[in-house]
Design a protein around this ligand. Sequence first.
Ligand code: SF4
Length: 377
Amino acid sequence: MNADVEVDLVPQQPPLLELRHVSKRFVRPLDLPARIANLLGAGLSDEVVHAVDRVDLGIAEREVVGLVGESGCGKSTLGRIAVGMLSPTKGERRWRGARLPDLPSAEARRQQLKMQMIFQDPYASLNPRLRVVDIIGEAPVVHRLIAPQQQVEYVGLQLNRVGLDPTLMRRFPHQFSGGQRARIGIARALAVNPDLIICDEPVSALDVSIQAQIVNLLQNLQQRFGLSYLFIAHDLAVVKHISDRVAVMYLGKLVEIADKKTLYDRPLHPYTQALLAAIPKPDPGLRTKRVMLQGDVPSPFRPPTGCRFHTRCPHAQPRCSAEEPKLREATSGHRVACHFFETLPVPTIIARAGMANGKLSERLAAFEAAKQIRMPG
Ligand code: SF4
């Protein structure tokens, strides 16, 4: 394949959901002093956050795509665009090949039900005034998936699926633990029979042992019901455990995407290498080369020209600040947005050392241990 040709990031099978050249900008209006200054001829203009910039991403049926990156890189915004909570400033969404309109129609609403979201904060995302039976059962009744008189039985089934006692359905969210609330959020998403669930940092607010149980619950449900996930997280252990493919975002751009083994064993983008190298290792005698990032994350109000990573990249060259790198194929399905990935050193030892030691291996062991906990239903 010609390495200079930009490639589409849609998987080989027909994608369930496809994001095409999606961008999202948020405008921050001028504050009062700036507006007054403008009256005096200052010529100031509104500030624009470039949250997501020309992202292409496809998610196939039954596929789990992990999306990683530092806080503020735009991954949650991309998740909200994917599920239809935000309209893209540019670009389009396609569901099973058909373009989804930005404005909801009856048909779009039906399709929209097939995409659900699980939120980072299970408490904030549950209405504290509603009982669990209504939190989970309201949407299936409103959308006529079930008759009102079936609600109690139906909610009991959903609670069983996520490992909660159906007799608790009359309780309010504050009467549950964090892990139980996460399960309620999952049951609410499952209740409308979705094909795709956007999981936005679904376990980051939970204790490690509970995280492992919830991740394994999500994995069991994905396999049992043939679901697809866009799994957004900054925790590389969680993403490695559950994903088929992993995409890495930096300042609103996708910089690398590959199947998880390739990405974790042979990361080619300097940012991915730095993310993997930053995994703590508890053994001080362990000598591994660290990839140290220079400087702070640039402001999304004024992203750097050319490669957005050039202000922190240890391999930056003059071309990097002048020309934006396109995502190019390194090997089949492995795409990298770097002008020089073919010639840069590949510190596989860093990634492998990170995987074999330290917190990451502890986390993976916790996931395996949590699998032994039998789920009802
Ligand atoms: Fe680093 Fe340049 Fe590659 Fe960007 S294009 S990741 S700055 S080497």
